[in-house]
Design a binder for this molecule. Structure first.
Ligand SMILES: [Zn+2]
Length: 226
């Protein structure tokens, strides 16, 4: 092995970390980091509550919700978590992307955009790649930029379709799992609710995929720590 005098022996840390981080199954949106993905299917979502005092998620249950239903003195705020099966162009692997309403809204708007002749400009979001960037606005709130990539406008090829099939991700099951799993946030009646990070100075690598989603008292529904 060739010694690189500049890396002090840590030259492979990035690569090793990449290979070992969270099994690579989840693609997390991080501040000021742009991801390029191909959405491969229809999205799924779940609605949950964030208790800012306990810093925990709680399930939103229809029709009688113990956290926001009739007769609840101090109803908890609700937020939604969306799930997509995507191909991450970084490494061309099939992953689960999670995002708030803002990302879903941007994809919906793109899919519905029509030109002056009423022709859909982009159409179905599974027919082009998007770049998604999570960033802080000047007012401190979090927002998401979702940009379509014109030169990627094509149906998925055979290799991609095969890859998705082989990944065999059951998104419905994943969303269900997220209700009880310690690794994907927590709503759906699990007695052991997760605790969200107290602030954003937490190593993202230490945080389960969507832990920390949820608005507090002073933030908008889309202004979430992770
Ligand atoms: Zn509720």
């Amino acid at each position: 092995m060739v010694e690189n005098n500049d890396d002090f022996g840590y030259g492979s840390v990035d690569e090793v970390q990449r290979q070992t981080s969270s099994g690579g199954k989840y693609l997390k949106l991080e501040y000021d980091k742009t991801v390029q993905v191909r959405v491969t299917d229809k999205p799924k979502y779940a609605i949950r509550h964030w208790n800012d005092v306990q810093r925990k998620f709680f399930p939103h249950n229809e029709p009688k919700c113990e956290f926001c239903g009739e007769g609840v003195k101090t109803p908890l705020k609700k937020d939604a978590q969306w799930y997509w099966i995507v191909i991450d162009r970084e490494d061309e692997r099939v992953k689960i992307l999670q995002g708030p309403n803002g990302v879903a809204r941007a994809l919906k708007d793109l899919s519905e955009l029509r030109d002056k002749t009423k022709t859909l400009v982009w159409g179905n979001p599974i027919t082009f790649d998007v770049m998604i960037t999570k960033y802080k606005k000047d007012n401190g709130f979090t927002d998401y930029k979702v940009e379509p990539l014109p030169n990627t406008k094509r149906s998925m090829n055979d290799e991609e379709v095969k890859k998705i099939k082989e990944a065999a991700i059951d998104l419905v099951k994943e969303v269900e799992k997220s209700k009880t799993s310690e690794h994907m946030g927590n709503y759906g009646g699990s007695p052991s609710m997760e605790t969200a990070p107290a602030d954003e100075r937490v190593n993202p690598e230490d945080i389960p995929a969507n832990l920390g989603e949820g608005g507090g008292e002073t933030v908008g529904p889309d202004d979430i720590p992770f």
